[in-house]
Design a protein around this ligand. Structure first.
Ligand code: GLU
Length: 441
């Protein structure tokens, strides 16, 4: 059975880059009628925070990305210990004692000699006595997995055939000197024991994948299908990594972005398929095809989310926004009219408040010097509110007759006087909602 997982580390809020990973894994599972696991990679007790676990769940719930199961690595440490023991028994795990400074020095030397900076496995030559001495002097060492120095091949769901020479990769550290289990081993054990069949993650994990395949094989696990999506860049191709903090899902939500807009964009961006607004995850899943994604860096522009958001809102029936509108204090008898009038003039739901403020309090009039007398005269012909759907037509006919103005010269100064803006809903509709006309003096 198809099983995928989204495996965030709860060390921060999740952002658009994480969403891409989550969504791809979610869609693969949903399309296949399989299982989607939310796996919290919290083996780092210092950096992992419960508040982030809660936030990750809330963000996924907001998007409707429901998981079938949640797993926490911090609750599975005994499994990782067992795997570590197994690797030790097999002679694939060794303790190494170099300090970070020593490792750095080795790397620099190798680079100076034009060699790749791969760990030289000096620890493999240590006698038991030497190890005991080092352990006494320096405390416990780190534990490294001994790679088989052969090529590691897989057919990547996005990148195609990949072949990595294990000799060009350092034996990965799986357990830190302080005993902390590192992600690589935890992830391998989980993917194997949880029956994960497909792993989609960012292309920054390609080298990890090579080592993880070897560890999986060593532990006798089934290697899943891997796919590595490209990383996101800004609209000009600039690295996004530093700005991802400002592209947290909760910030986008706070900015008024609708979930469907975000999902529709992220499920297609970087693929050969067009980005079109889809109103449900089912519809998004229908056309989703991992094979359509390219390996080139994917440009992401948060501004693209706004037209999609506006488009979504325009499709909503009144019932879907009735609560938002009631919360603004729009009287019940005007609420539906307010929605039909405002919805084509908003980008996000937040804009509703601006329109209601305007209708409720009237706008600061904008009157050009040359229109001052004209507007003053027009205002003498306008009765006090409330108005209805006929008011605008009647009033402008009277003003036209009285002043001789017509067309834009007649309508635009009146729109500006009543709404303070050059554009907006039909004035006939504005009048139905306008509670105060400040230009009346
Ligand atoms: N916790 C890892 C990360 O966020 C998971 C990577 C993976 O999908 O294996 O990078």
């Amino acid at each position: 059975m198809t099983t995928t997982r989204f495996a965030p580390s709860p060390t921060g809020y999740i952002h658009v880059g994480n969403l891409r990973t989550a969504l791809m894994n979610y869609l693969i599972a949903r399309k296949a009628g399989g299982t989607f696991i939310l796996r919290i990679d919290d083996t780092d007790p210092e950096r992992s925070k419960q508040a982030y676990v809660d936030a990750i769940q809330a963000d996924l719930e907001w998007l409707g990305l429901s998981w079938d199961r949640i797993e926490r690595q911090s609750e599975r440490l005994d499994r990782y210990e067992a795997a570590a023991d197994k690797l030790r028994e097999m002679g694939r795990f060794y303790e190494a004692f170099e300090t970070p400074t020593e490792l750095d020095l080795k790397r620099k030397k190798q680079l100076n000699m034009g060699k790749p900076p791969v760990y030289d496995r000096a620890a493999l030559d240590l006698s038991d006595g030497a190890k005991a001495k080092l352990r006494e002097e320096r405390g416990p060492g780190v534990w490294r997995f001994k790679l088989d120095q052969e090529r590691i091949d897989w057919t990547d769901g996005i990148l195609g055939d990949i072949s990595i020479d294990a000799a060009s990769v350092s034996d990965p550290v799986l357990i830190r000197a302080d005993g902390q289990m590192l992600y690589t081993l935890a992830s391998v054990v989980d993917d194997t024991e949880m029956g994960v069949t497909h792993v989609v993650r960012g292309s920054d994990h390609v080298t990890n994948t090579a080592t993880q395949i070897q560890i999986m094989r060593a532990l006798g696990g089934t290697v899943p299908d891997f796919a590595h999506h490209s990383l996101l860049t800004g609209p000009q191709g600039e690295a996004l990594s530093k700005r991802l903090g400002t592209l947290a899902l909760r910030d986008l939500r706070e900015a008024g972005i609708e979930p469907e807009a975000l999902l529709s964009l992220m499920a297609r961006l970087g693929s050969s398929q067009p980005v079109e607004l889809r109103m449900s995850l089912d519809e998004i899943a229908e056309g989703f095809d991992l094979g359509q994604f390219g390996s080139a860096p994917t440009k992401f522009d948060a501004n693209d989310l706004y037209p999609l958001t506006a488009h979504k809102l325009q499709q909503l029936p009144f019932e879907a926004v009735a609560d938002d509108i009631a919360a603004l204090g729009v009287p019940a008898d005007l609420a539906e009219t307010f929605w039909t009038v405002a919805r084509d003039n908003i980008t996000t739901r937040k804009d509703l408040a601006k329109w209601w403020d305007l209708f409720r309090d009237g706008a600061e009039p904008v009157i050009a010097d040359e229109d001052r007398d004209f507007v003053a005269q027009a205002m003498t012909l306008l009765p006090p509110p409330p108005y209805d759907g006929e008011t605008w037509g009647k009033w402008t006919s009277e003003v036209k007759e009285a002043t001789g103005r017509k067309g834009k010269g007649l309508f635009m100064p009146l729109r500006l006087a009543l709404t303070g803006q050059k554009s907006g809903p039909e004035m006939r509709d504005v009048m139905r909602l306008l509670q105060v006309v400040r230009a009346r003096g």
